[in-house]
Design a protein around this ligand. Sequence first.
Ligand SMILES: NC(=O)C1=CN([C@@H]2O[C@H](COP(=O)(O)OP(=O)(O)OC[C@H]3O[C@@H](n4cnc5c(N)ncnc54)[C@H](OP(=O)(O)O)[C@@H]3O)[C@@H](O)[C@H]2O)C=CC1
Ligand SMILES: N[C@@H](C[C@H]1CC(C(=O)O)=NO1)C(=O)O
Length: 329
Amino acid sequence: MNPIRIGILGYGNLGRGVELAVAANEDMELAGVFTRRDPATVKPYGANVAVWNASELAEHTDDIDVLVLAGGSATDLPEQTPAAAALYNVVDSFDTHANIPEHFAAVDAAAREAGHVAVISVGWDPGMFSVSRVYANAIMPNGADYTFWGRGVSQGHSDAIRRIPGVVDARQYTVPVPEALEAVRSGANPELTTRQKHTRECFVVAEDGADTAAIEEAIVTMPNYFADYNTTVTFISQEELDRDHAGIPHGGSVIRTGTTGKDGENTHVIEYSLKLDSNPEFTGSVLAACARACYRIAQAGETGCRTIFDIAPALLSPLTGEELRATML
Ligand SMILES: NC(=O)C1=CN([C@@H]2O[C@H](COP(=O)(O)OP(=O)(O)OC[C@H]3O[C@@H](n4cnc5c(N)ncnc54)[C@H](OP(=O)(O)O)[C@@H]3O)[C@@H](O)[C@H]2O)C=CC1
Ligand SMILES: N[C@@H](C[C@H]1CC(C(=O)O)=NO1)C(=O)O
């Protein structure tokens, strides 16, 4: 069978993770990378990978089966994914949670108009954590959900800070509040506000002479990202950031405690956890599996936008139905 030809739009942390994920899947190959920058300045891992300027996006539709968008959710994907869906089957990791319905509608309209398939907001949250919440709620209707992230680097929040005028680079750590985690794991089923569950620590490299007070204010008041959290901002040099914050580890857990029994006397705990050395490489791996599903849905003659909820597990897997059933033995 011919390999699924993958394109990548946007070559940052996630774009690099997608490249590695495609290389790890035998049924895929990387057709090329699009970037808004000068292609000569972008160096993929693969020495022979084609790099094109994003202005050429419409010129490679015969070379690519699925385009994976690896841009930032704060400002790139709301524009890029609908535009790309007019040209390609697409997959993205859009994670501005409050705006997912709006993003879905825009991408769905573009994909249907063009006869393409789009799969949006995949990764781990939104993505694997989202589907684990749906499974847990479907199974345990009487219960309470909790999600804890970190301590680790949120790519979405770090990207959002980097988009602020005057910011050169940034890392945002999400930190679970120990007391909240302890209360949940004790089975107390506490009522917790957003602010009571996590704090956010931002390490920012600012341009020389930048208004750091204005940058800090823009961060801590940023809707959908920081406004609902206790957030600290520390300005450091690029050297310090590169030395002390080089990695992008993360992780977290979705926990649902539910009850069954005539009087709810039996308690059950469902937990789905991730420990990630590399947030972008893990997320890139989810995007690659979803690109396989996207391709198969398109090959079946369907069109329009999907989320992780619409993707049957078998569509994500390279195994045949018979091989999958054999894993149940
Ligand atoms: N759903 C989920 O669970 C997850 C979602 N994500 C999403 O992934 C998004 C992307 O994250 P991440 O890859 O870390 O963001 P980056 O800042 O590394 O990359 C975003 C874009 O910025 C551009 N860029 C990258 N490096 C440079 C540079 N040195 N100079 C100029 N431009 C650059 C690239 O576009 P270009 O090549 O066109 O210049 C790239 O596509 C996040 O915003 C988040 O929303 C991430 C993790 C999990
Ligand atoms: N989308 C997140 C993935 C997880 C991590 C997270 C957070 O730390 O707030 N929320 O969701 C990311 O960009 O890393």
